[in-house]
Structure formats: C-alpha cells, structure tokens
Design a protein around this ligand. Structure first.
Ligand code: AMP
Length: 221
C-alpha cells in the first residue's frame, strides 16, 4: 500500500496518515516532521530549511527530494508507506515518479483532504504542538489534560512559528500555487480519492477504510 496525502496545511493530513498507517501497518513519512527534527538538531539541512519554514515557503525541491529518497530506501518502507506532506510541487512529484519507477513500484492512492480556508485558519491558529514528541492539540477541540502540557511526555506545548496568522496565509497561497496543481497530475492517473477534512475523529478510521477501498473517486459527503 503506497499512499500520498495531499491537502492544504491544517486539513488533517497528519491525523489521516497516522490512522492509515495503523490500519495497514505501514510507516508514515512526514516531511514537515523530518525537517523540524533537522532544525532542532541544527544539521546543515535544518539550518537551510529553517528560513524557508519560518516564512511559510517551501524548502527547495532538491533538498527535500534527497531526504525522501533516502527515507524511501530504508527497509521499513519497502512494503508500503504513506507520504504526508510530500510531494508538494511538480518537481517533487516527478522525483517521486522516478524513485518509484527505479524500484518497479507504483502509488495505489492519492488521498485529497478538502477543507476551506476559514476552517483551516481557525484550526491552525488554535493548534499547539509538542516540540519533543510531535503530539498535536487544539485549544478548543482537543485540549491537553493539563493546560499547556503534552499528554504523552509532559513537555511544555508551543505554537509553531508557522502557525501564526501571517505565515498561515502565506502557506495557503503556496499550497494553491505549487501543490494544488498536483491534483490534476494525479487525477489524470486515476489515483485521487477525496475526503473532507472535518469528519469527526470517531468516524475517520471507517471513512478512510471505505474511501481507500472504493474503486471510484469518492466524496465523503
Ligand atoms: P507541514 O508540517 O507539512 O505543514 O510543513 C511545514 C513546513 O515544512 C512547510 O511550510 C515547508 O516550509 C516545509 N515542508 C514540509 N514538507 C515539504 C516539502 N515536501 N517540500 C518543501 N517544503 C516542505
């Protein structure tokens, strides 16, 4: 099972990726998390990536392509994977085609998560994350048990710099300019499945299973 998840920032890609990963027992590869880890570790990649990430711009294709190529070559990704946040530009989609072709593999699904800007801004501006384990909370919909602390590891929660309103706006523009065109690319290959980003968490696993098992392009509503 090889799945790409596409959708605007804040649509719920990470949540869906995690559930699909659990259902099918395959690794979730999240470029945003990999880049944030590189920033924290201050690797050469992290130092370069940070300036782009802070502005809501895409990290240059070559750097991200290299990162993903290495990750996809690891043993746990040989029987399937979920790509969350990659590809994000036509050059990344081409790179992914090349990587898969080299190993004689193909994507099974491209899951498009739809959500309107208004809902996204409400979601991201109230989002808090754990800088240590990556757990995500929402001040209204999924507050931590102890205010300001991660449920899993008790670390002080933070608001990501790029979840601030001016950067969110730029991330949405970048999504429309660079990533949305990939929907056409994958539509032509007959790979797109559609799901709404505001399905409640309880219904999400069953909906994802249904959508990924359906043969035709599916709308969840
Ligand atoms: P995310 O957590 O997926 O919203 O990603 C946060 C930021 O990481 C993005 O705004 C980009 O700056 C960077 N990033 C993540 N994935 C990619 C990618 N595939 N290509 C370029 N930049 C990326």
């Amino acid at each position: 099972m090889r799945v790409v998840i596409l959708g605007p920032p804040g649509a719920g890609k990470g949540t869906c990726a995690k559930i699909i990963g659990e259902i099918y027992g395959i690794p979730v590869i999240t470029t945003g998390d990999m880049l944030r880890a590189a920033v924290v570790e201050m690797t050469p990649l992290g130092l370069t990536a940070k300036s782009y990430m802070d502005r809501g711009e895409l990290v240059p294709d070559d750097l991200v392509n290299r990162l993903v190529t290495e990750r996809l070559n690891e043993p746990d990704a040989q029987d399937g994977f979920i790509l969350d946040g990659y590809p994000r530009s036509p050059r990344q989609a081409e790179a992914l085609e090349r990587i898969l072709k080299t190993s004689g593999k193909k994507l099974n699904h491209v899951l498009h998560i739809e959500l309107e800007d208004e809902a996204i801004i409400g979601r991201l501006s109230r989002r808090r994350s754990c800088p240590r384990c990556g757990a995500i909370f929402h001040l209204d919909n999924k507050p931590p048990r102890t205010s300001g602390k991660c449920d899993a590891c008790d670390t002080e929660l933070v608001q990501r710099d790029d979840d601030k309103p001016e950067v969110i706006r730029r991330r949405l523009e970048v999504y429309r300019e660079k990533t949305r065109p990939l929907l056409d690319f994958y539509e032509k290959k007959g790979l797109i499945k559609v799901i709404r980003g505001d399905i409640n968490l309880t219904d999400l696993p069953a909906t994802l299973k249904r959508v990924l098992n359906s043969r035709v392009r599916t709308r969840s509503h």
